[in-house]
Design a binder for this molecule. Sequence first.
Ligand code: GLP
Length: 243
Amino acid sequence: VREDSTSVAEYVANYITTRIKEFGPSQERPFVLGLPTGSSPIEVYRILTAKYKAGEISFEHVITFNMDEYVGIPRDHPQSYHSFMWHYFFSHVNVRPENVHILNGNAEDLESECAQFEAAIEAVGGVDLFLGGIGEDGHIAFNEPGSSLASRTRVKTLAYDTILANSRFFDNDINQVPKMALTVGVQTILDAREVVTLALGARKAVALQKCIESGVNHMWTLSALQLHRHSLVVADEDATLEL
Ligand code: GLP
């Protein structure tokens, strides 16, 4: 628990930096980093960018996989997760474009797009560290309440709560929010060697309580991380109000 969102972001950015540096370029394979979107990680991306510019960290040997992407909005739509990631992070650091993996929500065959994504993760030896956020309904990535805890990357219909929560990025108009998304599954995340989750603000407090103090439950999918041996939640004080 850290006092506020800035201290959480500093902690997490330092944590990721240490992990990437410990791993080192001498390994036979690159470091594989899973990444989220949403407002929670923006400050983490800003600090990682500053560290890169200060020569403290390089992303040259880092492969990234994003958690999710909307279905049915163009890749260059300002709210697509492609746009988000390039805007807030990838454009500012030395990650190689060919090492960036973001699901294509406009693929002709969405199921095969998801299968290829899983295969790409496997081909590089799995995810070393998956960074995530938490939805107000306890989702991780877009694994909405009721998702199988054994799920893998797939098409998911968004829950009304998520559409409502994300409408703030779409002129507060729920009709503009995509109704479907591609998302890694709960099991895809559990397969990562380590998972770090950001929980910021009072609006996450109920979800955080359900996910870490109640039992493992597919209605609060983040709770599946209780089964993971290396899972860390970094929360600000407001997010811990219900603990
Ligand atoms: C979206 C994303 C999630 C993210 C959540 C929380 O639903 N698919 O991965 O955790 O938003 O977003 P925020 O950080 O803006 O609260």
